[in-house]
Write a protein that binds this ligand. Sequence first.
Ligand code: FE2
Length: 308
Amino acid sequence: MLQTSVSNHISHLYNQQVRKLGIGLLYNPSLDLYLEAHPDACDYIEIIPDMFWTDLGTGHPSRFREIPSWIKVLDQFAAQYPLTSHNISYSLGSAGIFDRVYLRQMQEWHQRYHFAWHSDHLSFVKVHDNQQHEHNAGLAVPVPYDYEVLDMIGGRINAIKRCIDVPFLVENNVYFIDLPDQELSEPDFLNELSNETSCGMLLDIHNVYTNAVNHGFSAKEFISQLELDKVIEIHIAGGNEMGGMYTDSHAGPCPPAVWELLGYTLPLVPNLCGITFEFHESYFHLLQFDGITKELEKARAAWNLYHT
Ligand SMILES: [Fe+2]
């Protein structure tokens, strides 16, 4: 009985054990009061570590200046919930830039906050100008899906895994233009990356839906092409239309199509450990407390059908 219960709560990603956590929220400051009033609404908190410090730039002797008021909130969460880390600055796809100082900073934060897993996007944010000065693009720029990029990103994931001994997940991306002459499809790229590095996948269902709307393909077909036993986490979110495109703006509640895709996916992902609801604080007014609770309850009802 005990053995069954333990195996029900542990998933194996190659040699790493991952705990099934349940339903999570991506932290934003509008959640402080919500979580105070509804501490049991979620099972874990996902944080973007970069929000908790000011990065003073490459070469600065004490580069990551922590923001005390934010750290206070984070320490409270750490005492109350399991935490996962959703990074935005590994910048896996940057040509010629891999930030080992950032990696060391994250190594320290893993020792401090014991994240159950960590992740970043299949994209890049750091770029060089023609003087070799480093800049931040301010948004996740998609990478071309070819073998040269696959090898480069694979090498970086292996470097991350050598330093930080918890599962590392890569999140599928949003793109608004089709890059010509790519050697691989996005699912094939993710499958190969996962097989080469034993990284897991963070399947953002709203990102798949966004690309499917903008580029006219079947979201279910995309999902079915992934090696779904590699999916450890799912993101769900909402979006809105801008300039004739549908965007991944995290604008409030999930659209019905995302709930339908979640229901389609959940029976196919045996190693899933968490479903995280993401919204941006600027859209809090579209949700308010009741709206957040409603999204989390719907996610939990879906999770309970296949993953308790
Ligand atoms: Fe996401």
